[in-house]
Design a protein around this ligand. Structure first.
Ligand SMILES: NC(=O)c1ccc[n+]([C@@H]2O[C@H](COP(=O)([O-])OP(=O)(O)OC[C@H]3O[C@@H](n4cnc5c(N)ncnc54)[C@H](O)[C@@H]3O)[C@@H](O)[C@H]2O)c1
Length: 196
């Protein structure tokens, strides 16, 4: 095989990974740090975020990304943005609380939009940027009782496509990842809910 080694070009880049204190985000943050990126571990869980940052030699940004009013209008300097923070709530549609629907959609759709908005001016100025949105198989397919999650992930696919179209001419790519089940705390926590 020819080509550049994995991680080539990442050394020295500033990477912001949301939900990086656990699961997939932690693995992504660790891989980026391993490739030489300067990683910010952004998470609501301060203790776990500090532990990951210490482990990989990164910085932390402790924040509740469902508080989207606080993200509106901010500017961020990052070369790589990974929108990964996520949660799950399981209810039949006719019982789904509006508060939980809004929480999921703020955290998993509005926050990625606002963080993208915050990093794009700097990426455009430098002519380079990478935005990676952690979607899900539920960005492509549906399951019962997960209306908020499935809607947010489908919305994130749309945001990804528009960001790719607008960013491309400026050297900014945007891609989504659509994993199936990976045994992390988000999955472990929903086993009982799903059984019920
Ligand atoms: N695990 C899977 O099977 C699976 C499959 C497909 C997609 N995904 C997606 O991958 C992403 C990561 O999931 P995971 O499995 O690693 O979950 P996880 O529960 O292990 O990690 C989620 C992280 O997000 C953080 N977080 C939660 N609410 C937050 C908030 N309000 N503000 C800031 N941070 C917050 C948590 O503290 C945690 O560190 C999610 O977007 C999820 O939807 C996971």
């Amino acid at each position: 095989m020819t080509g550049r080694p994995a991680g080539a070009g990442i050394a020295g880049k500033r990477a912001l990974v949301t939900g990086a204190a656990s699961g997939l985000g932690r693995a992504i943050a660790s891989a980026l740090a391993g490739a030489g990126a300067r990683v910010t571990v952004a998470d609501i869980d301060a203790e776990a975020a500090h532990a990951v940052a210490e482990e990989i030699g990164g910085e932390t940004w402790i924040a509740d990304f469902s508080d989207t009013d606080a993200l509106d209008g901010i500017t961020l300097e990052a070369d790589i943005l990974v929108n990964n923070a996520g949660i799950q709530r399981i209810h039949p549609l006719e019982e789904f609380p509006l508060s939980e629907w809004r929480l999921i959609n703020r955290l998993m759709l509005e926050a990625p939009f606002l963080l993208t908005k915050a990093v794009l001016p700097g990426m455009y100025a430098r002519g380079w940027g990478r935005i990676i949105n952690l979607s899900s198989i539920h960005g492509l397919r549906a399951s019962p009782y997960k209306s908020a999650y499935v809607a947010a992930k489908h919305g994130l696919m749309g945001l990804t496509k528009v960001t790719a179209l607008e960013g491309g001419p400026h050297g900014v790519t945007c891609n989504a990842i659509n994993p199936g089940y990976v045994m992390t705390p988000i999955v472990q926590r929903q086993v009982a809910d799903q059984a019920q």
